[in-house]
Design a protein around this ligand. Structure first.
Ligand code: GLU
Length: 469
C-alpha cells in the first residue's frame, strides 16, 4: 500500500443499522485492521428531512453492540457545513464551479426539448461563464443560484474497482452536478468528496448502489487536486427470492438480532462470509478475519441471506460462551417474561443443560422458563401417565433422593424403581417429566433431576401425585 490505509463507514441516519450497512462497516473495519490502518465513522446527516437523532443513536448502538469501534469519529456532516462552503468558494474562484440561475421551469423546458430530439436529458451548461456571455445571459433578479461543478467534457473517468475490476464511464454521460443548492447548502456527493479528501480516506468500500456516484466524485476530487482513494463496491444482499433484502424476508436491523437472541460474534461471522470467503472456512474469529481479509476475495455477485445458516452459527457461538455470560443474558430475558430466576435452580446449571440445542438466546430462555415456573400439568395428562405402578415408583423414588444428587445417581435411582416396579423407562420417565416440568418434552430426565435438586423434586412429585388422585 502506497499510503496509510484509512477506511470509513458513512451511514445516513434515516432508520436503523441495516445488516447490509453492518457488513460494509465490518469489511471497512477488517480491511483497516488487516493493513494496520484506521477505521473512521462518519454520520451523513445532511438530509434533514430523513435524519433523526434516534437513527444516529441506533447506528452508534448497533456498532457498539457489534464491537466495531471506530479509531476516529463519529464525525457529523452537519458540523462541517462551513468547510463545505469554503471549498465551494475555492472551486468558484478557480473557475471549476459556477452559479447557475436556471429556474425549474427552464430546466424542464430544456429536458423536454432534449427528449423531443431523442437526446438524453441533461443540463446543457448554459450558465458556464463562457456560454453565458456568448448567449448574453445575465443573472435574473430574484433567483438564488445553485452552484454547479464544471464536469470535464471529454474523456473517460475510470477506476480499478477493488471488487468489480475496471470501470470506465464516458464524461459525456455526466452533466454539471449541482454542488450547492439555492439556499447555499451543499449536496450529498459534494460533502462525501470533501470528507473523503479531508479525512485522507485511502479506500472507499461501500455498497454498489453508490457506483453511479463514483465517477462524479472522482471528477470533483481531481478538480480539487486530491489524491484519489481506491474504490471497492460490494454487491447487495438479497433475500431468498433474489430481491434486495428487506423486512419482508426477516429481521434487517442489527439491534433486532440482539433482541431476537443472536450473539454479535455469530452475526459478525455470518456477515463476514456473506460476500467474502476464505477457502471453505465457515467459522472463524475476528482475528482470523483480520488476518485473512482481502478485497480480492469479495464476491462480485449479490449474496443471499440465509437465516438458517445464521441460526446454525449462533448455536455454535452459544455453545462456546462462558456459562456465566449465558446465565447473565438469561436473567434479563426471564425477568422480562415475569419469572423470577433468583427463585429456582441455579441459572448456570440450567444453561449448561440447555445450551447445546438452543439456536438463539430467546430459545434458550423459552426452554429455561420451564425450570422457573411451578409445573401445572393438566389432570388429563396426569391421568394418562400416572397409571399402574407409576405413582408408587414415583413416591419410592422421591423418598430415596439424597440431599445432593448428580445425573448418574438420578439415573441409578430411576433404574432401581423400574426394576422394583416392573416398569419400562418411558413409562416412568414421561411421568417424571410431566410432574417435574409440566411437559413431556424436556432434556434427559436424570439431568433434569440433577438440576432441580431434592427439595424441588420432592415437592413437585408430591403435588403431581395429589393432583392425580
Ligand atoms: N451515506 C451513504 C449511505 O448510507 C454511504 C455513502 C458512502 O459510503 O459513500 O448509503
Amino acid at each position: 500500500m502506497s499510503r496509510p490505509v484509512r477506511t470509513r463507514f458513512a451511514p445516513s441516519p434515516t432508520g436503523f443499522l441495516h445488516v447490509g450497512g453492518a457488513r460494509t462497516a465490518l469489511y471497512c473495519w477488517a480491511f483497516a485492521r488487516h493493513h494496520k490502518g484506521q477505521f473512521i465513522l462518519r454520520i451523513e446527516d445532511t438530509d434533514l428531512e430523513r435524519s433523526t437523532p434516534e437513527a444516529v443513536q441506533a447506528i452508534l448502538d448497533g456498532m457498539a453492540w457489534l464491537g466495531l469501534h471506530p479509531d476516529e469519529g463519529p464525525f457529523y456532516q452537519m458540523q462541517r457545513m462551513d468547510r463545505y462552503r469554503e471549498v465551494i468558494t475555492q472551486l468558484i474562484n478557480k473557475g471549476l464551479a459556477y452559479h447557475c440561475y436556471c429556474s425549474p421551469d427552464e430546466l424542464e423546458a430544456m429536458r423536454n426539448e432534449q427528449r423531443s430530439r431523442g437526446a438524453k436529458p441533461r443540463y446543457d451548461g448554459r450558465w458556464r461563464p463562457e456560454n453565458a456571455s456568448r448567449l448574453g445571459l445575465t443573472p435574473p433578479a430574484g433567483i438564488a443560484p445553485v452552484v454547479r461543478f464544471r464536469n470535464p467534457d471529454q474523456g473517460p473517468v475510470s477506476w480499478e474497482d477493488g471488487v468489480k475490476g475496471r470501470i470506465s464511464i464516458s464524461n459525456d454521460e455526466l452533466d454539471d452536478l449541482i454542488i450547492a443548492r439555492g439556499d447555499g447548502t451543499p449536496t450529498y456527493n459534494f460533502c462525501v468528496v470533501v470528507d473523503d479528501w479531508d479525512m485522507t480516506i485511502s479506500h472507499v468500500i461501500r455498497g454498489d448502489d453508490h457506483i453511479n456516484n463514483t465517477p462524479r466524485q472522482i471528477n470533483i476530487l481531481k478538480a480539487l487536486g486530491a489524491e484519489l482513494p481506491e474504490y471497492a463496491h460490494l454487491p447487495m444482499i438479497h433475500g431468498s427470492d433474489g430481491e434486495k433484502l428487506s423486512k419482508r424476508h426477516g429481521a434487517v436491523s442489527v439491534m433486532q438480532y440482539e433482541a431476537d437472541g443472536y450473539l454479535p460474534q455469530a452475526l459478525l461471522n455470518y456477515l463476514a462470509r456473506l460476500g467474502w470467503s476464505h477457502g471453505d472456512d465457515e467459522i472463524f474469529s475476528l482475528d482470523q478475519l483480520v488476518e485473512w481479509f482481502t478485497l480480492e476475495n469479495c464476491s462480485k455477485s449479490a449474496a443471499q441471506f440465509d437465516f438458517e445458516k445464521l441460526r446454525w452459527l449462533n448455536n455454535h457461538y452459544i455453545k462456546q460462551q462462558p456459562i456465566d455470560f449465558l446465565a447473565g443474558q438469561l436473567k434479563g430475558r426471564l425477568h422480562a417474561e415475569g419469572l423470577n430466576p433468583e427463585n429456582g435452580p441455579s441459572l448456570a446449571s440450567v444453561c449448561e443443560l440447555l445450551r447445546d440445542r438452543a439456536h438463539t438466546l430467546c430459545e434458550l430462555a423459552e426452554e429455561a422458563a420451564m425450570f422457573f415456573r411451578e409445573p401445572k400439568p393438566s389432570r388429563e395428562a396426569l391421568a394418562e401417565r400416572l397409571v399402574g405402578e407409576v405413582p408408587k415408583a414415583m413416591s419410592a423414588l422421591s423418598a430415596q433422593i439424597p440431599e445432593s444428587l448428580d445425573a448418574t445417581q438420578a439415573s441409578a435411582l430411576i433404574k432401581q424403581q423400574l426394576a422394583d416396579h416392573g416398569l419400562k423407562m418411558p413409562q416412568l420417565a414421561m411421568a417424571l417429566r410431566l410432574a417435574l416440568l409440566g411437559q413431556t418434552e424436556t432434556p434427559s430426565i436424570d439431568r433434569v433431576m440433577a438440576v432441580l435438586g431434592r427439595e424441588r423434586i420432592q415437592r413437585r412429585i408430591a403435588s403431581a401425585l395429589s393432583a392425580s388422585i
